[in-house]
Design a binder for this molecule. Structure first.
Ligand code: ADP
Length: 545
C-alpha cells in the first residue's frame, strides 16, 4: 500500500508566486536580490562606456544554472573555492525546475515495504539472461542473480531492488549504447545524491513510485517544500550558494571556452545589454548547459530515429535548451557521442499532472488502451504516434489525484480547462467530455483492473497499485514532445571532458544533460535528476580540487 504525504498548499502557492516572479523579473540570485543597486551600477557602466568588458576571475567557473551546474557549484564552494555561476536566462533552474519531480535511486530499505508481483520477478530474471560482452555488465548480472536466488530461497515477497539492478535496467533500457562505467557511477551514487539534496533542505515523500518510463518502482518524490515540479532539485542548492555569497550572473550567455596551451582557462560571452564578459578560471571550467531539445536545427541535424523532429513537434524544454555547450565543446575538439538519440516524452504538457503511472492508464481518442503503460519512453512514444491523431488521454481517478492534488504538488482541480484536462463524477460523463464511446472506456477500465487483480495484463504491464474506480475521474490529453537529448560531450568517471582521441582536456569538466554516455539510446524516467545530481557533484568536487 502506498502511503501519501500531503503537500502543503501554502508552499505550492508560494512557489507559484516565486515561479511567476522568476519569469517576470529574473531570479532571486545574489545579483537579482540587489536589483536596485545592480541596475544602477549597470546603467552607470553603460552610460560611461557600454563597450567596456566585464572581467572576473574565480577558482571554478560553472556555465549553466540548472540542477547539474548548481550541484557542481555547491561542491566546489564547499571545498573552499571561489565560484562564479553563469546563466544565460533571466532565471536559474533550466529544464530541471520544470522536471516531473522523480528521482531514481535503489533504496531497498524504503522499497521493501511494497510487495513484488510474479510479473515483476519475471522482469528481473529477464535481465539476467540478456547478453553483453562487457565485464562490468556481467558482474551486475551475477550480483543480481545471487540476490534473487537468496530472495527466492527466503520465500520473500517484498519489492526487490539494488544499485546493480538499477544499472542493468538503465543499460539495457538504453539498448547498451551507454558507457557501462558511467552507468555504474550513476547507480552507485544515486542515493548519496538524494542525501546531498536532503542535507541542503530537500525533504522526501514517504512513497516509492514508478515514473513514466522508469520501468521499476524506484522513483522518489520531494515533498514540494520548495514548490512543485523540479523546484526541490534546484532551489536548495541555490539557497546554499546565496548564503555563501556565490556570484551568479544571470542574463549572461557564454559563447566560448577559452583555451591556453590545451587547457581550459575560462569562458567569455555577452550579457543581455550587449556587454562582453570574460571570466578566468584559476582551476577549472564546468560546462552544465543542458541539452538541445529546444533547438530545432540541432534536432534535425542529429536525429536518425524519428520520422521528423521539426517545429511541428513541440518540446517540453525551456527556450534556453539550445545545445550551446555542445557547440562550444565541438569548437575545441571535445568528443561528442550519441547525439542521434533524442527522447520524446509520451506524457508531458497541459493535460499531464503527474510523472507517476501506478494508478493511471492510457487510451487513444477512440477510448481503447493500446500499450503497456510501464514500458520505455521510446516504446510509449512510438505507440502513441501510431494512434489516430497521434494523441492519447491519460486516465486517472482519485487514487492519483488525491483531494485534487497530485503527489508532486500539482493542483489539478484548479487547472481543469476542458481543452486538455477533464474532470467528471462518472465514467459516462468523462467519456462524453472527451468524446469517446463509453463502452470502449469501460472496456479499458476492465482491462486495467484485470491487470491489477490478476497480474495478467493483456499488454504485459506489471506495475500496478490500486483498482481503478474511485471518483472523481480525470482525463488529460497530450502528444509526445521532444524532452531529453541523450547524447553530448563525452566525459570519463571524473566528469573530465575527453577530446576526440580520448585524452582528458585539462581544466574542463561537464555534467548533466549536456553530456552523453550515461543513458544510451533511451533514458529511463527518473534517471535524469539522479544523473545531474550525481555527475554535477563529481564535476564540482574534481574541478575544485
Ligand atoms: P541540467 O539538467 O543538465 O542541469 P538544465 O537544462 O536544467 O540542465 O540547465 C542548464 C542551464 O544552462 C539552463 O538554465 C540554461 O539556460 C543554461 N545555459 C544554456 N546555454 C547557456 C549558455 N550559453 N550560457 C549560460 N548558460 C547557459
Amino acid at each position: 500500500m502506498i502511503k501519501r504525504l500531503r503537500t502543503n498548499p501554502l508552499l505550492v502557492g508560494i512557489f507559484s508566486l516565486f515561479l511567476v516572479s522568476l519569469l517576470l523579473v529574473g531570479c532571486g540570485t545574489t545579483e537579482g536580490d540587489e536589483s536596485e543597486t545592480e541596475t544602477t551600477e549597470t546603467e552607470a557602466v553603460e552610460e560611461t562606456d557600454s563597450t567596456e568588458k566585464i572581467e572576473k576571475e574565480a577558482d571554478v567557473v560553472v556555465v549553466g544554472a540548472g540542477g547539474a551546474g548548481l550541484s557542481a557549484a555547491v561542491e566546489a564552494q564547499k571545498l573552499g573555492n571561489t565560484v562564479v555561476v553563469i546563466e544565460k536566462m533571466p532565471q536559474i533552474g533550466g529544464n530541471t525546475i520544470y522536471a516531473g519531480s522523480a528521482y531514481n535511486s535503489a533504496t531497498p530499505e524504503e522499497q521493501d515495504d511494497l510487495d513484488m508481483s510474479a510479473d515483476e520477478l519475471e522482469t528481473i530474471e529477464s535481465y539476467l539472461d540478456m547478453e553483453s560482452d562487457e565485464e562490468l555488465v556481467k558482474e551486475w548480472q551475477e550480483s543480481v542473480r545471487a540476490d534473487i536466488e537468496e530472495y527466492k530461497a527466503e520465500g520473500a515477497n517484498y519489492l526487490y531492488d539494488s544499485p546493480d539492478f538499477h544499472k542493468l535496467q538503465t543499460y539495457f533500457g538504453g539498448d547498451q549504447v551507454a558507457k557501462p562505467q558511467l552507468v555504474d557511477i550513476l547507480a552507485n551514487n544515486a542515493l548519496e545524491g538524494r542525501e546531498f539534496l536532503s542535507s541542503l533542505g530537500t525533504e522526501w515523500q514517504d512513497t516509492v513510485n514508478a515514473a513514466v518510463g522508469a520501468t521499476w518502482r524506484r522513483s522518489f518524490t520531494p515533498t514540494a517544500k520548495y514548490g512543485p515540479a523540479g523546484a526541490d532539485f534546484v532551489l536548495p542548492q541555490h539557497e546554499y550558494l546565496e548564503e555563501n555569497d556565490t556570484d551568479i550572473m544571470v542574463n549572461s550567455k557564454v559563447d566560448t571556452i577559452i583555451m591556453d596551451d590545451g587547457r581550459a582557462v575560462g569562458v567569455s560571452g555577452v550579457n543581455e545589454d550587449g556587454q562582453e564578459f570574460e571570466v578566468t578560471a584559476n582551476k577549472s571550467v564546468i560546462v552544465a548547459t543542458g541539452g538541445f531539445g529546444a533547438n530545432v536545427d540541432m534536432r534535425q541535424k542529429y536525429n536518425k530515429h524519428w520520422d521528423n523532429l521539426d517545429e511541428s513537434i513541440a518540446t517540453s524544454n525551456q527556450v534556453g535548451a539550445t545545445g550551446d555547450g555542445i557547440v562550444m565543446a565541438e569548437e575545441i575538439d571535445a568528443s561528442l557521442i550519441d547525439l542521434e538519440w533524442i527522447q520524446l516524452i509520451p506524457t508531458y504538457g497541459k493535460g499531464v499532472w503527474t510523472a507517476y503511472i501506478e494508478n493511471q492508464f492510457y487510451i487513444n481518442n477512440e477510448g481503447n488502451r493500446f500499450v503497456k503503460e510501464d514500458g520505455r519512453r521510446d516504446e510509449l512514444s512510438n505507440a502513441i504516434l501510431q494512434q489516430p491523431d497521434a494523441e492519447l488521454y491519460i486516465i486517472s481517478d482519485a487514487n492519483t489525484v488525491v483531494d485534487g492534488v497530485t503527489l508532486n504538488g500539482r493542483n489539478v482541480d484548479e487547472n481543469i480547462d476542458n481543452e486538455f484536462s477533464f474532470k467528471a463524477d462518472t465514467i459516462e460523463e468523462l467519456a462524453e467530455m472527451i468524446d469517446v464511446p463509453v463502452e470502449n472506456l469501460e472496456q479499458s477500465i476492465e482491462s486495467f483492473n484485470k491487470g491489477v487483480n490478476t497480474g495478467d495484463d493483456e499488454f504485459g504491464r506489471s506495475v500496478f497499485d490500486q483498482e481503478f474506480g474511485k471518483a472523481p475521474f480525470y482525463a488529460g490529453l497530450t502528444s509526445p514532445m521532444v524532452h531529453h537529448t541523450m547524447g553530448g560531450i563525452e566525459i570519463n568517471e571524473n566528469a573530465e571532458v575527453l577530446d576526440e582521441e580520448g585524452n582528458v582536456i585539462e581544466g574542463l569538466f561537464a555534467a548533466g544533460e549536456v553530456t552523453g554516455g550515461i543513458h544510451g539510446a533511451n533514458r529511463l524516467g527518473g534517471n535524469a535528476i539522479a544523473d545531474i545530481t550525481v555527475f554535477g557533484r563529481i564535476a564540482g568536487q574534481n574541478a575544485g580540487k
